[in-house]
Ligand binder design. Structure first.
Ligand SMILES: [Cu+2]
Length: 153
């Protein structure tokens, strides 16, 4: 090999190495790092539970004194039914709003983003044991709670 050709090859090698390192650093900082900092690793059985737990926003719930969230104060079990769905079975829009700001470390802040229209639903995946108290913003007498427990198995 002549000297110029070998230094040329060497140059390409160095450039390729720099590009490679740059790409790895870029991937690490923009994809891997933010995701690993943002979300704790959660068991797949918790992220994809066997069932959804349905809570009905009852017909007539807007009227004070009527049942609002049915069932109320249920026990939810991680890996079994920790995907919870609030179904608005009423003719009036309602919200599902935490009494105090409530954050699940994987799913983030709890609460419907604005109102849930009649026939629509709000879904939340609970990933850790917790107790939650919530209400409806336009109808503050509508209150509910639930308890999320670890699976016994
Ligand atoms: Cu309401």
């Amino acid at each position: 090999m002549s000297a110029p050709a070998s230094s040329h090859a060497y140059g390409i090698g160095v450039v390729a190495l720099i590009i490679g390192m740059g790409a790895s650093i870029l991937f690490y900082t923009s994809f891997y790092l933010p995701e690993s900092l943002e979300k704790p690793s959660v068991d797949l059985h918790i992220l994809e539970p066997t069932e959804s737990f349905m809570i009905s926003i009852a017909e007539g719930a807007a009227t004070e004194g009527n049942p609002s969230y049915i069932p109320n104060n249920p026990k939810i079990t991680l890996t079994i039914d920790n995907r919870v769905l609030w179904m608005n079975d009423d003719m009036t829009p309602h919200t599902v709003t935490a009494d105090h700001r409530h954050v699940d470390s994987y799913s983030g802040e709890f609460g419907s983003n604005g109102v849930v229209m009649p026939g629509d639903s709000y879904e939340f995946i609970f990933t850790e044991p917790q107790e939650l108290h919530y209400h409806c913003d336009p109808h503050p007498w509508m209150t509910g709670s639930l308890i999320v427990e670890k699976s016994r198995f």
